[in-house]
Design a protein around this ligand. Structure first.
Ligand code: ADP
Length: 192
């Protein structure tokens, strides 16, 4: 069995979720979004949801201890044996280390960086705010999430680049156009 372990990374609003679904389908692996898991728990008013709601609505990161635990559980589910596409995790250096300990040498095969400039992603998120009304899509929180990304997540890009697994893709343009760039980039890196 071919196991494919991927990560999609990029600023909030770059379109990771949209593209993640397609990539995951293509490789026959589950797309695992920590943001989606948290939002489902908030909606379901679970204990976890109650713990993270205020943090997420402020645009801060949920504590690593909680986030790492959630990912560990998710990766232990049966459908992750074929691999997975992580979306939104790891998001800082500590989470990269935690993931490495969890998977014990089964490292990521490729990391897809979906690039888009701040003005564009902020505009997209403001539009999404009108359509979906996500609680963390107010202008102030959107800007804060961009800062958190730049400070905590962007440094990971260099790390993955040094490991030779980074695939950079321009996230501007039509969804299909971006999907084609991703497909070309991943095929070139993975050979499949
Ligand atoms: P976006 O792509 O817009 O940042 P996500 O759905 O990935 O949205 O994440 C929404 C929020 O969920 C984040 O702002 C953060 O509060 C929380 N979150 C998601 N993933 C993580 C993570 N790996 N570590 C800590 N907090 C996270």
């Amino acid at each position: 069995m071919t196991v494919t372990r991927l990560l999609i990374i990029g600023p909030p609003g770059a379109g990771k979720g949209t593209q993640a679904t397609r990539i995951a389908e293509h490789y026959g692996i589950p797309a695992i979004s920590t943001g989606d898991i948290f939002r489902a728990n908030i909606k379901g008013q679970t204990e976890l949801g109650k713990q993270v709601q205020a943090i997420i609505e402020s645009g801060e990161l949920v504590p690593d201890s909680l986030t790492n635990e959630i990912v560990r559980d998710r990766l232990n589910q049966d459908d992750a044996v074929s691999g997975y596409l992580l979306d939104g995790y790891p998001r800082n250096v500590e989470q990269v280390q935690a993931l490495e300990e969890m998977v014990q040498g089964d490292s990521l095969n490729a990391v897809l960086l979906l690039e888009a400039d701040t003005d564009e992603v902020v505009a997209r998120l403001l539009k999404r705010a009108e359509l979906e009304g996500r609680a963390d899509d107010t202008e102030e929180v959107i800007r804060h999430r961009q800062d958190v990304y730049a400070e905590q997540t962007l440094p990971l890009v260099e790390l993955f680049e040094e490991r030779g697994i980074l695939v950079r893709v321009n996230g501007l343009g039509e969804i299909d156009e971006v999907a084609q760039r991703i497909s070309d980039g991943l095929t070139a890196k993975l050979g499949r």
